[in-house]
Design a protein around this ligand. Structure first.
Ligand code: FMN
Length: 277
């Protein structure tokens, strides 16, 4: 599936994690069908897939203790599934899942990545996993209530919900005054990516024609791989690049690096345009 870059780039700004849903606002069948289609079609890597489940969503979040991650009244959820045989499964799932989250946002739905506080065995039985597959994360989908509960407000405070680190703390490589024009736009989009507990574990190494994403922070992962968070930032970076006319290709790299996005030269880009890609 071709990525709808402009549509998803707009969704990057609009997306926010929402945890409490309005049981009186069901999702229209045509909206569910559109979301289901993207879940089935957006699978750019071999070891990551997504499935929309419209039954028993409550059971995936039921009995989870603590206000962080307490999801309420979701009527549907999406499972982000990784085949653990893949050496880069975490970043593949992050990238793929964020595409689905941005499409859901573009469809007017609310979401919240949930990596730790859900029941993987229940989610797994609902999606029917094959050998070596695991549900690495899920998102509820629906229409959120207004910020009406103290829990959701305190949750926003706990994770310092929407605040982000400045680029000066995240970037190494070329000094800012030497960045090509597209770099700042891409990094601003990557910086807005969601991450577990808003830990923003990514760093970016800027060179003339490439940006390498790496894991910048040390310390425990608490059940959710930092490489999955980095996969989410990768998608934001590529979407913003394409929206300003820069196309490129990812090369996955061993730890602590994650992947390098190399911009296509003008001649490769023209060749691709000629064959309609
Ligand atoms: C991989 C991942 C796992 C997450 N897991 C949870 C979770 O278990 N429970 C929860 O309430 N929020 C979870 N979040 C949501 C983050 O707390 C949220 O994205 C972050 O605070 C930034 O806020 P924003 O999404 O509104 O920009 C997760 C986010 C990501 C990307």
């Amino acid at each position: 599936m071709d990525i709808p870059f402009s549509r998803w780039n707009l969704a990057i700004e609009r997306r926010r994690s929402r945890r409490h849903f309005d049981p009186n606002l069901p999702i229209a069948p045509e909206t569910l069908a559109a979301l289901d289609k993207v879940c089935n079609q957006f699978a750019p890597f071999p070891h990551a897939r997504s499935r929309l489940i419209t039954e028993s969503a409550e059971t995936v979040f039921k009995g989870i203790i603590g206000s962080y991650g307490k999801i309420r009244d979701a009527s549907a959820f999406i499972a982000f599934i990784g085949n653990m045989d893949g050496p880069f499964v975490q970043e593949e799932v992050g990238y793929t899942g964020e595409g689905i989250i941005l499409e859901a946002t573009a469809l007017g739905l609310d979401t919240c990545w949930v990596g730790g506080f859900f029941r993987p065995e229940v989610a797994g039985s609902l999606v029917k996993l094959s050998n070596n597959e695991r549900v690495l994360a899920v998102t509820p989908v629906g229409y959120s209530r207004e910020f009406d509960s103290w829990e959701e407000k305190s949750m926003a405070g706990f994770a310092r919900s929407h605040t982000r680190l400045p680029l000066s703390k995240l970037v190494r490589g070329l000094p800012r005054e030497k960045w090509p024009d597209w770099v700042n736009i891409c990094l601003e989009a990557a910086r807005l990516a969601p991450s577990a507990a808003n830990r923003q574990p990514w760093g970016f190494d800027v060179q003339d024609n490439s940006i390498t994403v790496f894991v910048r922070t040390r310390g425990p992962e608490f059940n959710v791989s930092k490489r999955l968070d980095c996969g989410i930032a990768m998608l934001h970076l590529e979407v913003a690049a394409a929206d300003c006319g820069r196309r490129g290709q990812w090369e996955f790299l061993p730890s602590p690096q994650v992947a390098r996005f190399k911009i296509y030269s003008q001649s490769v880009l023209s060749a691709l345009t000629q064959c309609g890609r």
